[in-house]
Write a protein that binds this ligand. Structure first.
Ligand code: AQP
Length: 340
């Protein structure tokens, strides 16, 4: 009979810059929703992933704490959920190594995120950037997580996680790791750059005008939305009318996600309006929804020791789940000493 796994959610965000609206709508807002459901929830600042591309050490520390503050300010309760920093739970890298031996070069070679990030510079990027998806599989499977809420861009990595779990189970003749389900839901699973509707909004985009940062003040948010690329047409009254209008669709999706409505509901209200009228409405909504979060983040950042305590406590709780799973993995693989 197939093993039954405890319903458990794991997801992470890299402290590779400041949090963006894309991270918030595509990931954190979903994390908060899943906390309210019948799941154990573990959320991680994946600092070991962040360093697969160069991070200034002082920035990495600040970004890790700010990310934790962003989680809490958005509604993640550190008592109800386990909040951790990846490097404080060494079992992640230990299982990551095992999975480096399970994942195949051909699988990793197909990862579009690696291709995008490496670009023409393949010979010069870190080995860690290439192996990233195997460590991500370890992050998830270390907790036998059954569900992973992510944005659209992580779908391929989640498929790879399932491939790694299946190959491990098959090779060792066990039913030990679950085939984790990705949870990619909502109207903003892929928030696009404000400057280019074909590129996703990203923390590390060189243009700050391409994204809304969760720490941006009201004037900055309004300025970025005012300058966001659009087209000269009025808004349509139905979603089908946005089919070939990437930038327009992006702004409407953002509006819908912030307001908790469907795209059709939003278009029923704003169809026929020009962007000169719609953009101020979007700015007002974004400021209304984001400024309480940025205010709370700033307040939490005044007490970095408290954030560090939350992460230390989270790591202890996480290790209680992770250690027996790693131990059993070592036993299955045949490591001497694993059973003692
Ligand atoms: N634009 C986006 N729209 C929807 N979801 C998004 N996510 C990221 N960008 C968008 C989701 O946020 C979670 C954390 O992502 P990450 O920090 O681990 O890495 P990423 O996807 O590479 O995010 P960034 O912002 O683009 O970081 P950099 O620039 O450092 O690579 C994931 O669930 C992701 O889907």
């Amino acid at each position: 009979m197939a093993t039954t796994f405890t319903p458990r959610v794991f997801s992470g965000i890299q402290p590779s810059g400041g949090l963006t609206l894309g991270n918030y709508l595509g990931a954190i807002k979903r994390f908060v929703d899943m906390q309210a459901d019948d799941f154990e929830t573990i959320y991680c600042m994946v600092d070991l992933h962040a360093i697969t591309v160069w991070q200034d050490p002082a920035d990495l520390q600040k970004n890790t704490r700010e990310l934790c503050a962003g989680f809490i300010a958005s509604g993640i309760d550190p008592e109800q959920s386990i909040l951790i920093n990846q490097s404080q739970v060494p079992e992640h890298t230990q299982l990551g190594w095992i999975f480096n031996t399970v994942a195949r070069m051909g699988w990793l070679n197909r990862m579009t995120q690696f291709k995008d990030k490496a670009g023409k510079n393949r010979e010069n990027v870190s080995v860690g950037l290439f192996a990233y998806p195997a460590l991500m599989a370890a992050d998830i499977l270390l907790y036998h997580a059954t569900h992973v809420p992510v944005g659209e861009d992580q779908k391929q990595h989640l498929e790879l996680t399932r491939d790694i779990a299946a190959k491990f189970n098959h090779d060792y003749g066990v039913d030990f790791f679950p085939l984790t389900e990705p949870v990619i839901e909502g109207t903003a699973t892929r928030v696009m750059s404000l400057r280019d509707g074909s590129k996703k909004m990203s923390k590390s985009d060189p243009s700050d005008m391409s994204r809304i940062n969760m720490t941006d003040d009201a004037d900055t948010i309004a300025q970025k939305i005012r300058k966001a690329r659009t087209d000269p047409e009025a808004l349509p009254s139905e979603a089908a009318g946005l089919a070939d209008r990437a930038e327009a669709r992006n702004l409407v999706n953002i509006y819908a996600a912030l307001d908790g409505k469907t795209v059709d509901q939003v278009l029923a209200e704003v169809g026929g309006k020009q962007f000169s009228e719609f953009k101020p409405m979007l700015s007002e909504l974004a400021v209304e929804k984001l400024s309480p979060i940025s205010g709370e983040m700033a307040r939490l950042m005044e007490h970095p020791d408290e954030i560090d305590k939350i992460l230390a406590r989270g790591s202890e709780r996480a290790r209680e789940i992770a250690a027996p799973i790693l131990k059993r993995t070592y036993e299955i693989v045949g490591m001497v000493g694993a059973s003692s």
